[in-house]
Structures are given as C-alpha cells and as structure tokens.
Ligand binder design. Sequence first.
Ligand SMILES: C[S@@+](CC[C@H](N)C(=O)[O-])C[C@H]1O[C@@H](n2cnc3c(N)ncnc32)[C@H](O)[C@@H]1O
Length: 243
Amino acid sequence: MRMRKKRRCAERLSALSSIFCQNVADFDNDRDLVFDKTRPVRVEIGCGKGDFICEMSKVEPDYNYFALEKVSDVIVLAAEKYASSRGLGALSPHGFWTGPDGHVYEDEHWDIPIDLRGNVRFIVGDARETDSMFRPSSIADIFANFSDPWSKKSQADRRLTSPVFLKKYNDLLAAGGTFRFKTDNIDLFEYSLETVRASDLELVYYTNDLHSSEKNEGNIQTEYERNFSAKGFKINYLEAVKK
Ligand SMILES: C[S@@+](CC[C@H](N)C(=O)[O-])C[C@H]1O[C@@H](n2cnc3c(N)ncnc32)[C@H](O)[C@@H]1O
C-alpha cells in the first residue's frame, strides 16, 4: 500500500502505544499484561487501515486479536480508527490524539487502563518475523486480506501465500486453526491454491466469487475488498486448516 507520510506519525503512535505490542511471546508468562481476558488469539497480517479488524473484533468479540502491519504510516490509521470506535477519543484537527476527557497527547504516551483497551493490539512488523512474535501452536486463526501480488516470478517469495509463509502459519496455528485468505487477483489466487495444496495445511474451502457464495453471510469486507468489488472484480477466498 503506497501511503503519503502521515503528519506527526511518531507522536500519534506514541499517544496510543498502550494498544500496541511488539513481541507477544515476551508476555506469555503474564498474558494479563496484554489483554484483560484470556481468549483464543487471532492474527490479521497486513491489516492496512484497519476496517476489517475493527469490525471483526466487534462482531466476534470472544477472541483477542493482533493486527500486524509493516508500514507505520498505515497502522497508525488502523489504531486510531480502532481507538475512536472504542470511545477512546479522536484525532484533533491539529493532528494530535485527544482523549475522551479532552486531554491532548502532544508528545506523550497515554497509559490507557487495560479494561478500556478492548480485544485488539497492533504490531508494527513484518510477517517474516511472526515466529519471533508468537509461540508455536498458539494462534486460533490467521487472516490475510488482499495482500500484495508481487507479480514478478523473482518476487514470489514475498507473497504472503508463498511456501515460506505457509510454513510459518502452519507452525503458529493450533490444531484445527484456520488460515483464511481473500484476494481480487486471480493469478495470485491460483498460485495460492497451488501452494496451499502443497503445504502441510489442508485446503477445506475455496470460491472464485465470495460475495455470491454461502460464506458471504458474516463476511467482513476490507477497504480493498469494497473498492475492487465496486469496480466489478470478483473476490476469491480460500480457507485452510491446520491438521
Ligand atoms: C494491499 S494492502 C491491503 C490492506 C487491507 N488488508 C485490505 O484488504 O484493505 C496490503 C497491506 O499489507 C501490508 N503488508 C504487505 N506485506 C506485509 C508483510 N510482510 N508484513 C506485514 N504487513 C505487510 C502492506 O503494507 C499493506 O498495508
């Protein structure tokens, strides 16, 4: 995702650092430091501007969620969208986070009480490093939505459904956990069907037209999904399970 540099990105990230988390594995002995309640954990890889994670975490609240995104200028928008959707304030027209009590966090971290932080934490990082972020077999579901197609053959390893990434997902998922992938890009989808079939995950469902399928009920659309769908593109979807 190309994104112009965000005004005061560092200050904005710092204001909401209570809902960010870098290395989840570090907190394993004391999960209470991350979430107020222990729940099964879901991860979205490449959360973009956060529409999916904000909606999913509300509609299916019995999970704790991590939203991973490598671009700071993008994840800051996702975190702010989530924080304002949970009544934690808003970005002021001057570009500073303003809490619900009117306090302006100009250059200051806000220690949000854990019971107000809700069930999503954001991670600025690369999916290549997920094995240092999470413990093996600790994740209930992994979502990857509209990831970059990296169309050149020489860049295939960067695709989030390349064998390298599928091996990581398989290691992170608990038995019975799912990997769910959506894309408008048919070449990437066909590639992904092949790599999933060749992986240790079991392909259990796929469709070339998610919005006309039985899986459409309960489907939560992402920013890219709405844009592509409005332009007439069909949305491809696959689901694979850790054996
Ligand atoms: C095309 S956008 C899609 C955003 C959102 N998921 C949606 O469907 O609207 C892909 C996003 O994934 C992020 N991304 C791509 N590769 C990544 C990686 N290896 N680790 C973390 N984030 C990644 C990009 O920075 C970008 O924000």
